[in-house]
Design a protein around this ligand. Structure first.
Ligand code: ACO
Length: 331
């Protein structure tokens, strides 16, 4: 077998979510908003939120332990840990080192990647490349976000959208040549990043620099503009992947899109002429959990027996900066 013919696959999935749930009705009490506005404009009903002293690393570790257990692997079997997040506990130490420590993965190299909502797809594609060159490696890819910590709870157009959570997968050599990761697309759109920012905490400004308004320590988004770019980009990514692999949309068994807004997902579903059964949606429960949204959806889809052997699974994401990614998998 040549190295290039090695296929990587997701061997197992684990997730962990904070137990505190914030409903639209709860938000009605603190904001000038309504359950009907949020449901109609976003599809979101509830989101899981960290308690005051709770850390997202705790959930990343729990998700990782579950994924390892399911894959029947010891933490020491891991060669690499990749954490996709833009809301780690700290800038340093990274989330990946906290996960390494928390699960006892003493033989693993670790790094974080920051590609916002596309982060998990970026992470999977990196793992895929490592497996092609090191077929015996086992890699943990984690998507984890503590978005509630980076939300301006007075900004009703943005704070209603996000939730916290973590998902983790173990990636290794596919047990069969016929299944595994087939192809992926990664990309980014320049010149639009100012529509969605989180400036505070970076090195442009020194800590507590008075030139930076306090609101800049939270996610700021021009939602309508972001929406238009998201819809167009997700369609382009999907069609690029399908065309390149000579696959017609009806051959997709399950589309697992990043969960940012039900209207964005519906737009894509209709463009591809897919039935509702072929598109996985859980945004109503979790809101947008950024890099965690796809592994959480994958986990649930598997639990509902929607990831059957040889199924064609397509996952696409778009997020701040603006990054995008898509991945095609034969399960
Ligand atoms: N409750 C009630 N009214 C509201 C709320 C709210 N929570 N939020 C906004 N409104 C009002 C606005 O003030 C506005 O009122 P006006 O017409 O009197 O000015 C009206 O509702 C319409 O506001 P819009 O912003 O135009 O609403 P829109 O339909 O665009 O929905 C939303 C906003 C949900 C944010 C949408 O634009 C969206 O989902 N955008 C894309 C988000 C996304 O995909 N982000 C990328 C990933 S995120 C990441 O990477 C971190």
């Amino acid at each position: 077998m040549t190295l290039s013919s090695v296929k990587s696959a997701i061997l197992s999935i684990g997730i962990s979510l904070p137990s505190k749930v914030l409903t639209n009705k709860d938000l009605e009490k603190i904001l000038n908003t309504s359950d009907s506005w949020i449901t109609e404009r976003t599809g979101i009903k509830t989101r899981h939120i960290l308690e005051d002293q709770e850390l997202i690393s705790t959930h990343a570790i729990k998700a990782a332990k579950k994924a390892l257990e399911k894959a029947n692997l010891s933490p020491k079997d891991l060669n690499l840990i990749i954490c996709a997040t833009f809301t780690p506990d700290y800038l340093m130490p990274t989330l990946s080192i906290l996960v390494q420590e928390g699960i006892g993965a003493l033989n693993a190299g670790v790094f974080d990647i920051s590609a916002t909502c596309s982060g998990f797809i970026y992470g999977l594609s990196i793992a895929d490349q490592f497996i092609k060159n090191n077929p015996n490696w086992k890699i943990l890819v984690v998507g984890a976000e503590a978005l509630s910590r980076k939300i301006n709870w007075k900004d009703r157009s943005t704070c209603i959208l996000f939730g916290d959570g973590a998902g983790a997968v173990v990636v290794g050599k596919s047990p069969s040549q016929e299944s595994g990761i087939i192809d992926f697309v990664l990309g980014a759109i320049p010149n639009n990043w100012s529509l969605l920012t989180l400036k505070g905490g970076g090195s442009c400004f020194a800590p507590f620099d008075e030139r930076l308004p306090k609101e800049e320590y939270f996610i700021k988004m021009q939602g309508k503009e972001v929406f238009k770019i998201a819809v167009k980009t997700l369609e382009e990514v999907t069609l690029t992947l399908l065309k390149r692999n000579k696959i017609t949309p009806e051959r997709i068994d399950l589309l697992i899109p990043h969960q940012a807004n039900l209207r964005i997902i519906e737009f894509l579903r209709k463009k591809l002429k897919l039935s509702k059964e072929k598109v996985y949606v859980n945004i109503q429960k979790y809101g947008n959990t950024s890099a965690a949204s796809i592994p959480i959806a994958l986990y649930e889809a598997q639990k509902k027996n929607k990831l059957k052997k040889n199924n064609l699974i397509l996952s696409v994401a778009f997020g701040g900066s603006f990054t995008f990614g898509g991945i095609l998998i034969k399960w």
